[in-house]
Design a binder for this molecule. Structure first.
Ligand code: ZN
Ligand code: ZN
Length: 333
């Protein structure tokens, strides 16, 4: 089968690899749609990479042993290789499993083998490539808003409007929240407005905090989701948040964010938490967002057949895009 690798000198290319074999309880999936995520950072660095990608939707072609899915089923491929038996896995929060299997197959390939319980069916009325939004397009922010127990009418501040942040706009609007976005990228700001954000502010504007306050009744947003991973955005979330608000951090960061315990947390009564993905028990709800949100396909701005993988990475790196999807078999499913 063909698989994507990144070669030195910013070249994304296809290489031939053996099609993976199955273990008992596993299934082989023909990948019809493989969204790009943060792999552009590796591409941009000029370093090399194999087994890329963690997002996919496709069609089951073969099963080993007893599995809930059958050949012909269209499925979303959930990330990681969690153990399936620990408390986190059993509760649906498999993403936090500490006993991941020793597998690292990438989704930017023609086929992937997975434990069948990590393959979730796509409803009949949802096209396969839209089903792939149940990965990082809509997943992280769905999990964040579920954990924040965000209810209709609240104001939601989304910092960072990359594909995950734009997904947060969709999930926020779907839940009936008033969404304020923050991002300096004009292309993505326009798309966020189009998806229903009431305002999109520039983080470099010196009075951005005052603007957020003015747009949220003077008290600040009741819910915040950071999808940027930037320290400045973390601080903006903490400073803007209303008293007793909930701020959920979704954007990855290895930087240290300064937090003053009394003024930031105790005196404001803030709840601050991190959230990676969403519970397997919420899959039907995420599929409902995909099926019901008007024009959800606007989250996908570019689709490329496999042999244009170089172009796909260049578009992803340009950040003049939302979700970029590869089609290993060239069909725009
Ligand atoms: Zn586990
Ligand atoms: Zn992702």
């Amino acid at each position: 089968m063909r698989q994507v690798r990144i070669a030195a000198g910013r070249r994304a290319e296809l290489v031939e690899r053996p099609t993976p074999g199955l273990r008992d309880g596993w299934a082989l999936v023909r990948i019809d749609a493989a969204p790009l995520c943060a792999e552009y950072k590796l591409f941009r660095s000029g370093r090399t990479g194999e087994s890329l990608g963690h997002e996919a939707a496709g069609t089951v072609v073969e099963c080993a042993g007893r599995t809930a899915v059958q050949p012909g089923d269209r499925v979303v491929v959930m990330p990681q290789y969690p153990c399936g038996t620990c408390d986190h896995c059993r509760s649906g929060e498999y993403i936090y499993c500490e006993d991941n299997l020793d597998d690292d197959a990438g989704t930017m390939a023609e086929y992937i083998a997975k434990p069948a319980w990590l393959l979730v069916p796509i409803p009949a009325d949802v096209p396969t490539h839209l089903g792939a939004l149940a990965c990082c397009g809509l997943g992280p922010s769905y999990g964040a808003l579920a954990r924040a127990s965000a209810s209709a009418g609240a104001t939601l501040l989304v910092t960072g409007l990359g594909p995950v942040g734009l997904g947060a706009v969709v999930n926020g609007v779907y839940r009936g929240l008033r969404v304020i976005g923050v991002d300096g990228n004009a292309y993505r700001a326009a798309l966020a407005r189009d998806l229903g954000a009431v305002a999109v502010l520039d983080p470099n504007d010196p009075d951005v905090l005052a603007q957020i306050r003015a747009l949220s009744g003077g008290r600040g947003p009741g819910v915040g989701v950071d999808c940027s991973g930037h320290v400045d955005a973390h601080r903006l979330q903490l400073d803007a948040a209303a008293r007793r608000a909930c701020v959920v951090l979704v954007g990855e960061s290895n930087e240290a964010t300064p937090i003053r315990v009394s003024p930031d947390l105790i005196r404001k009564g803030l709840t601050v938490m991190g959230s990676w993905h969403y519970s397997l028990t919420d899959v039907p709800n995420v599929m409902r967002v995909i099926g019901e949100f008007p024009g959800v396909e606007r989250l996908i701005t570019h689709r490329f057949p496999f042999d244009r993988v170089q172009e796909a990475f260049e578009v992803s790196e340009s950040q003049q895009c939302a979700k970029v999807i590869l089609h290993p078999f060239g069909e725009m499913t």
